[in-house]
Design a protein around this ligand. Structure first.
Ligand code: AP5
Ligand code: MG
Length: 219
């Protein structure tokens, strides 16, 4: 199955994506995670992407489309994938449609997570991440067992650079102006479903699974 999860910054895309990809055994393709890895490896692409990410702006379409196109053509995507954070502009959505058409594939389902703005700001200020293994925590709803330390790998967990208040505001504006139009885009294609992301992550996941379950039989 070929899935896409959408939603504002902090809506819980990464959290749900992890649960979905474990349950359905498909790769999790997060444009944000790919860029953060490139930044960590100090590559040319990473250096360019970082200039935009630290300001809460979108990385240029050209670079983003090229990075994701390469990733989607790796062998592990042959039997499906879950996209998280891509596409984020209409131009990216057209590029994805073209790439999938070339490979004789199409998206089966787009899950849109709806979360109130107040909750988003609370979630992002409480989020802590491990840059070593990618685990995500929340000081309010999902703290690590030992303060400041990743349960999974023992490294230090930190506030993401772009989770500072001013940058979060910019990311939310960018979402409203550039990414929200994709809701209509996929709704017109009749593949979009809305999920209440205000619930705790287990209840949200139950809703997500119901929609994915409806795809059974089509594969
Ligand atoms: P990206 O990494 O994609 O960030 P984002 O879209 O802003 O989303 P986040 O990762 O911040 O939030 P999330 O929805 O994954 O929430 P999470 O599950 O962590 O992109 C970062 C940057 O990269 C962009 O700003 C841009 O510059 C660039 N970029 C990426 N893709 C691009 C593209 N396609 N084009 C151009 N530029 C691009 O949850 C958040 C917190 O809440 C966590 O602490 C979690 O534990 C907690 N939480 C989650 N769910 C729940 C729940 N149900 N109840 C309570 N707490 C919860
Ligand atoms: Mg994320």
């Amino acid at each position: 199955m070929r899935l896409l999860i959408m939603g504002a910054p902090g809506a819980g895309k990464g959290t749900q994506a992890k649960l979905i990809t474990e349950k359905y055994n498909i790769p999790h393709i997060s444009s944000g995670d790919i860029f953060r890895q490139e930044i960590k490896d100090n590559t040319k692409d990473g250096q360019l992407a970082n200039k935009y990410i630290i300001k809460g702006q979108l990385v240029p379409d050209e670079l983003t489309i090229s990075v994701i196109s390469k990733r989607l053509q790796k062998e592990d995507c042959n039997h499906g994938f879950l996209l998280d954070g891509f596409p984020r502009t209409i131009k990216q959505a057209h590029a994805l449609d073209q790439l999938l058409a070339k490979l004789d594939l199409k998206l089966d389902l787009v899950i849109n997570l709806n979360v109130s703005k107040d909750l988003i700001i609370k979630r992002l200020s409480g989020r802590r991440v491990c840059l070593k293994c990618g685990a995500t925590y929340n000081l309010n709803t999902n703290p690590p067992k030992k303060e400041g330390i990743c349960d999974r790998c023992g490294d230090t967990i930190i506030l993401r650079d772009d989770d500072k208040e001013e940058t979060v505001k910019m990311r939310l504006d960018v979402y409203e102006n550039q990414t929200k139009p994709l809701i209509k885009y996929y709704s017109d294609q009749k593949i979009l479903v809305h999920v209440d992301g205000n619930l705790n992550f287990r209840d949200t996941f139950k809703e997500v699974v119901k929609f994915i379950g409806d795809l059974d039989g089509k594969h």
